[in-house]
Design a protein. Sequence first.
Length: 302
Amino acid sequence: MPGVDVHQHLWGAPLVEALRARRTPPRLDGWTLHLHGEPPYEVDPADHDPSRRAELVAADGLDAALVSLSSPLGIEWLPTEESRPLLDAYHDGAAALPEPFRAWAAACVREIDADALADDLDRGFVGLQLPADALADAAGYARCAPLLDVLERRGLPLFVHPGPAPRVDGDVPAWWTALVPYVQQMHAAWFAFRAYGRPRHPRLRVCFALLAGLAPVHGERLAARGGGRGEVDPDAFVETSSYGPRAADAVVRALGVDVVVHGSDRPYALPADLMQGDAARHAFRVTNPYRLLNGEERIHAV
């Protein structure tokens, strides 16, 4: 079984061109990215060179990397007439990426179109990524249920990633967005899935970016407030991007090793040595991603 990084971003030429054609955020002016909730960001063109990025996957000792639409761009929240051309551009570029890359599909969450998602998945995408702020409460799960139904029918996973940051008045540190709204979104999404997502979608496999904002570490407080006794959902995974040994150790203590998967968030972060030992490293990079993508039954069939 191959080693996998479940969380990378790599923009194909069609998406770059579509973002440059826009006059309002999200848009690219040359290689300067403009978003509603964040300061302008200077994109490094080398970060979106497939050949260079493939070399980095090999240097990380992996056989595959899963790329996804950058949900903080806010594309999924645009009206259909704006989101669909950008989603098509993303899917066209992602589907054309060479090995070792595969990709998560994306979908509009403002106006749900399950048929469009089915058509996109038919092109060979590994599953669906949705922004965390679309799955933060009961209303979000009700709205997105038709998309998640498609995944359940096909036995494909969901990847939950931070969505766009809200506008903040005044200056904030460069690290603010990654540490405050992104983490808060993931924290809410983790508990919303427990409360609303899992009862509605009992067979859905799901992976939460950035260790779900460390929400699993709050299991003791959850139990103290009547939310359960620390039960671990074997099909609710967390990926490790932007965290190191201390955070990984805390989450492993809360969830065990079987639901943690390796993710780097390249090019925005680098993979870290989590210092959990060789067996855990193999689980994070090989065994657990395989189960996330393929399900328990297919593992037993091998």
